[in-house]
Design a binder for this molecule. Structure first.
Ligand code: PMP
Length: 381
């Protein structure tokens, strides 16, 4: 089987697996314990926080470890909206966010908050001006993802943040960085981001570990109350192995990013061209597009049918985001981009990673051709 679903999750680096298994085996102390086993785990986590802060060019105290980006997104958005016991106000997000962001805003509407959901342009990106125009005197937070997990559209985060901060410095900016980090360069400090979510398992790290960058001094209502770990932002015994694994993965992926960018762009361009050349398939042209995500549609054919046919040819791909793909509704993201039901229900996402070679991509192109041919002959019967 060939795996082309890196946006759903990635195989952990062997170095990550080795480091984690060693920690689970030898350093199982609770980092809050006062004895030497506890101190050992606490030291491991402190070191990981320093290294991660160095990679992100922020302060160690600005890194909050979580169980993944779903938790980071919930903590950032609910934590900012509900701080100081507030139960009302205005929030802004987009129609193309991951469910862990979108559904969090839907919940906050139930609490009494008003939310503006900004539509993307047909090219898959949201306009910074549209966001600026939606800001009101009572706006608390704007949340926009860096790279869309379905289409690969790269959002103009730098422009959005600069525009917001120059007109409304008190409005907080949260970025879901899950699909962008390690693929395209970004700078938390230069761009002026207040809150930033990452997930380890999208970066060849372990599942169940993530982080939230919280700008120094920013107050959030914690989602999890308890022993006050992570400076009170996130109670619960820390996952030392996961944290060390995530840090190793962040380091490796950051070191490799510039070469990987070129490698992935080459593979992506070859695939995009091949999709354009196969009659019946329609490439989803988002601009700019990330190096690792290719999206296309086979109008008239349900995504699941195409996915399973490709699986029979030995290639694993995805329909919508992995978290939504079991729902049989047309993609919210594609619908918001203006696609009709027929198109929005026929989308396929291919996502690439550093392990892929030109041969893998040629194999996938062959499988795509074969799939279209066999589905066509079924239709004719
Ligand atoms: N945001 C985006 C853009 C994602 O692609 C994902 C994973 N599908 C998440 C958030 C959620 O991450 P996690 O699996 O770590 O909860």
């Amino acid at each position: 089987m060939k795996y082309f679903d890196y946006a759903a999750t990635t195989p952990p680096y062997p170095e990550v697996v080795r480091a984690m298994s060693q920690i689970m085996d030898k350093h199982y102390g609770n980092p809050s314990s006062l004895h030497r086993y506890g101190e050992e785990s606490e030291r491991l986590i402190r070191r990981a926080r320093e290294v991660t802060a160095g990679i992100l060019d922020v302060q160690p105290a600005e890194i909050i470890w979580t169980s993944g980006a779903t938790e980071s997104n919930n903590l950032a958005i609910k934590g900012a909206a509900l701080r100081k016991g507030r139960m009302q106000g205005h929030l802004i997000t987009t129609m193309i966010e991951h469910p862990s962001v979108y559904e969090t805003f839907r919940q906050l509407e139930l609490f009494g908050f008003e939310v503006s959901y900004i539509n993307p342009q047909p090219n898959g990106t949201v306009s910074p001006e549209d966001i600026l125009a939606a800001i009101r005197p009572d706006t608390i937070l704007v949340s926009v993802m860096h790279v869309n997990n379905e289409t690969g559209a790269v959002q103009p985060i730098e422009q959005i943040t600069r525009l917001i901060k120059s007109h409304h410095p008190r409005v907080l900016v949260h970025v879901d960085g899950v699909q962008g980090f390690g693929k395209i360069p970004m700078s938390l400090k230069e761009w002026g981001i207040d809150l930033y979510s990452l997930s380890a398992h999208k970066l060849r790290g372990p599942k169940g570990t993530g982080l939230l960058y919280v700008k120094l001094g920013l107050e959030l209502l914690p989602l999890l109350a308890g022993g006050g770990q992570e400076q009170g932002y996130r109670s619960g015994t820390e996952n030392a192995a996961g944290i060390a694994g995530m840090t190793k993965a962040l380091r490796l992926i950051t070191e490799q990013q510039p070469q990987q960018y070129k490698h992935l762009c080459r593979l992506r361009d070859t695939l995009q061209q091949a999709i354009c050349d196969i009659p019946g398939l329609v490439l989803t042209e988002v601009i700019p597009v990330a190096p690792h995500i290719i999206h296309f549609m086979y109008p008239g054919m349900k995504s699941e049918v195409v996915l399973h046919s490709l699986e029979q040819q030995g290639c694993l791909v995805s329909t919508q985001s992995a978290c939504s793909s079991r729902k049989s509704v047309p993609s919210r993201v594609l619908t918001a981009m203006g696609m009709d039901r027929e198109h929005a229900g026929s989308g396929i996402r291919i996502s690439l990673g550093d392990k892929h070679t030109s041969e893998d991509v040629e194999y996938l192109i062959g499988a795509l051709r074969q799939t279209v041919q066999s589905l066509r002959s079924l239709e004719r019967r």
